[in-house]
Design a protein around this ligand. Structure first.
Ligand code: SF4
Length: 361
């Protein structure tokens, strides 16, 4: 396909799995970046958004035990933890005013000792004490488990969580949808359908979510293309995804690394290709593609922005999931993001949890 036709098809959301796989297999990185940058220009011009975000992992106890996860504990280890509601509030208090936090990304393991009341009270108290915060909370695995435990349908659970203050749902847990890959990743059978179904239910009742893909482990180009296409298909139904983030797998201290299945993380070229191909696959249908600077650093974040991403993601203070793999991500305050974006000629736009403009810098 000529690049002009590709741009046209992309903007109309017409690409198929085979077209996306072709991009992975046959098109060089500079060409992908250039096409993706042209599409981004059409979608959002020179503006790049970011959010004043706090990540809070309220428990690391999880009964799913994925092979790619270095974060979870079974509950027997000395560093297993579960925060009380008061402890969660104390953590937020440390950052709320100091950094002008507007989004709380709160997620943890699938912890069988917590029940629905914990989550309802947690969200209610967060909203009471920190009204500016938009709660972006719980993975689809946590949501499915809480629903089963409370004997509620996912729809009824989501309605209760929303009444208590949950605003949006993060896209964690998507990994790669194809069942052959998920089997090696140690994801429970059918978990890809569970992810899609929880997201579809949320979108249908008006709860917006984000979406992700974790690449750079045991998948191939077909699996990646299939993943992007399935996200695109769901997006066309309700336009409930606010953004898409492709992020590269960190193998450190995981079972996949111990089994020799993935020894090294993806290099910069693969990161850029995934950003660019996501942008080309989604066009205007899913207008926000987020750079995964968290695992790749500020410089790769800038290159991602120049290759199709138009959202930086958020500030980071004391993140715990990535450091569990042995990789130090440090903290990233707002000023550094604004500077990194201006440095490459972009207009930084602070947004809220729902991607509404808070301030243009
Ligand atoms: S990825 Fe999530 S569900 Fe899987 S073991 Fe880690 S915390 Fe649990």
């Amino acid at each position: 396909m000529e690049s002009v036709d590709l741009v046209r098809s992309s903007l109309r959301g017409e690409l198929q799995t085979s077209d996306i796989q072709y991009l992975y297999d046959q098109v060089d990185t500079p060409t992908l970046s250039e096409i993706a940058a042209r599409i981004t220009e059409e979608v959002s011009g020179n503006r790049v958004s970011f959010v004043s975000n706090l990540i809070l992992n309220y428990t690391n106890i999880c009964n799913v035990r994925c092979n790619f996860c270095a974060f979870y504990r079974t509950g027997k280890e000395s560093d297993s933890y579960t925060f009380s509601i008061d402890r969660v509030l104390e953590e937020i208090e440390k950052y709320y005013d100091k950094y002008g936090i507007t989004q709380l990304l709160i997620q943890g393991g699938v912890n069988p000792s917590l029940d629905l009341d914990y989550y309802l009270s947690l969200f209610r108290r967060i909203k009471d004490e920190f009204p500016r915060i938009g709660i972006n909370g719980l993975s689809t695995s946590e949501i499915s488990f809480i629903a089963r435990k409370a004997r509620l349908s996912v729809e009824d659970l989501l309605k209760q969580l929303r009444s208590s203050g949950l605003e949006t749902i993060p896209g964690a847990g998507a990994e790669i949808f194809h069942k052959d890959v998920r089997k090696i990743l140690g994801r429970p059978p059918g978990s890809e359908l569970e992810w899609l179904s929880v997201m579809e239910t949320a979108h249908r009742i008006g709860i917006k979510t984000t979406s992700t893909m974790m690449f750079g482990h045991v998948e191939n180009s077909y699996h990646r293309a299939d993943h992007l296409f399935r996200i695109l298909e769901l997006q066309k139904k309700y336009h409930g995804f606010l953004s898409f983030t492709p992020w590269n797998f960190e193998p450190g201290k995981t079972k996949l690394e111990a089994q020799g299945l993935t020894k090294y993380r993806s290099g910069g070229d693969d990161v850029i290709r995934n950003i660019a191909i996501s942008r080309i696959a989604f066009g205007k249908e899913l207008p926000v593609v987020q750079s995964s600077w968290l695992t790749n650093g500020i410089q790769m974040g800038q290159l991602s922005i120049l290759s199709g991403a138009n959202d930086w993601g958020g500030t980071i203070y004391d993140e715990k999931v990535i450091p569990a793999t042995g990789k130090d991500v440090g903290n990233l305050a707002k000023d550094f993001i604004i500077n990194a974006l201006k440095d490459i000629g972009k207009i930084p736009v602070e947004r809220d949890n729902l991607y509404r403009t808070v301030k243009v810098y």
